[in-house]
Design a protein around this ligand. Sequence first.
Ligand code: FMN
Length: 416
Amino acid sequence: MQKKKIILGISGGIAAYKTPELVRRLKSRGAEVQVVVTRSAIEFVTETTLQAVSGLPVRSNLWDTNAEAAMGHIELARWADLVLIAPATAEIMARLAAGSAPDLLTTLCLATEAPIAIAPAMNHVMWSNVAVQKNRDRLESRGMQILGPAHGDQACGENGLGRMLEPDDIVAAILVPKAVPEIAAKPLSGKTVMITAGPTREAIDSVRYISNRSSGKMGYALAAAARDAGAKVMLVSGPVAVPLPENVVRFDTESAADMYSVVHQHLESVDIFIGAAAVADFHVVDVAAGKIKKTAKELSLDLERTKDVLASVARLPDRPFTVGFAAETDNLREYALGKLERKNLHMIVANLVGKNLGFETDRNAVEVFWRGGEASFPIAAKDKLAEDLVALIGTQYLESISADTQIELPTIAIRD
Ligand SMILES: Cc1cc2nc3c(=O)[nH]c(=O)nc-3n(C[C@H](O)[C@H](O)[C@H](O)COP(=O)(O)O)c2cc1C
């Protein structure tokens, strides 16, 4: 890091109090550090301290004529070998994602050709907010390096994913002498997702069956979204007329019993299981061998419960992160929360079904519940909704494993 020129951007999060230490660590490795703060940042850390540790006047104002005369903002943007924003607030992530430049730091980010790395820090509920996750994905897809956040105690008194990485960890991420960034560009890279989709058919005789109105569109849209998020996707599908998304492996099934056995045969390497299929609750006890003749005036069928695919996965001792769907015609929240508990799920996605809602349509609106949180997704095209759901499921899944997994630090390259 000898003589590397680093702009350290500090935005207004509580973790800003750690930045004088971060400046010292960077400087002790030989870097030149120019601190740029937002207006909110100086509520948490003083310019005097930052100037003392960096040895350079702190820049804060785009409209500072003296500073502009010395080194204008464009020169500053050219000067940098790396722009590091730590902590990065939800707000600055939104400004960067939107490409807006109302202040010095965001203007520099648009004007620089140097790599940009951000170390987000915020309350864990803010971090899991879909808007924040979408901004995170947008920034990452544009090549920004996202360092952390870490899991643990938070300034607000809660515990979760959202802490800024420690200064040492940030420096370590910058120091790794790799020329090419190695960060996984996609949040579910290396993960395997199994999704069930569509209806099941429970045979009555050799030509008739009992089924339901599920089209499979939501499950197929989720499969495409999980693939786009980098996952290897297995789609266990009932009989549907929806085209198979590319690079998704499909297993065709017909009855609930088929679906149950295919799911359990391939579950071993699955990290996330999403049960979006509308699996029949009952099947016919004695399926007639041929076609039942219509000679009798009445016909009675004996039905018995099918095996519950979703609950059977959630009951496994080493279950994957398990997400269920609940289609209800009323009392959505109450039924969904009941099912979350009863079936021991990590998350449940609930939607109202009925006339023009849920089944057989291209649009849907859902409520998602998990222990300690919930989110509402207003009516949207199923593929758009699937993207948002996969982002939320991915975040919750990563949060669930991050408590006992060491943080994998991405490596970033500083411009030569
Ligand atoms: C006491 C306090 C602590 C805050 N901590 C955070 C935080 O850790 N992360 C965050 O994203 N926002 C936090 N905020 C909100 C930001 O300061 C606010 O969104 C601000 O507009 C950010 O502006 P900036 O990104 O330009 O610095 C906090 C606000 C207060 C009052």
